[in-house]
Design a protein around this ligand. Structure first.
Ligand SMILES: [Zn+2]
Length: 90
């Protein structure tokens, strides 16, 4: 029996590896919108975040999403994403 391998993704902020279903996906669409992709299926460039507290604390400061999505992201959008992740984790 071959065990089915789960896809592994790296958190853009802390660089640790997780299975895809443990991570939150943030997507940057072609028209420049950046949002938390709760379906994990939106079109565009995606970045994954583990959402752990230690990681969320440095997310906006480190601008990890700017680099991962190759687009400038405002602090308002970082705040929205952080709120969305906090809500999803409950
Ligand atoms: Zn992380």
């Amino acid at each position: 029996m071959v065990e089915k391998k789960k896809p592994i993704r790296t958190c853009v902020c802390c660089r640790r590896e997780f299975t895809k279903d443990e991570l939150m996906r943030v997507v940057a669409t072609k028209d420049g919108k950046v949002f938390l992709d709760e379906s994990k299926k939106a079109n565009g460039r995606g970045a994954y975040i583990c959402g752990e507290e230690s990681c969320m604390k440095k997310l906006a400061k480190s601008k990890a999403l700017d680099r991962a999505l190759k687009t400038p992201i405002s602090s308002e959008v970082y705040a929205l994403i952080a709120d969305g992740i906090a809500a999803a984790k409950k």
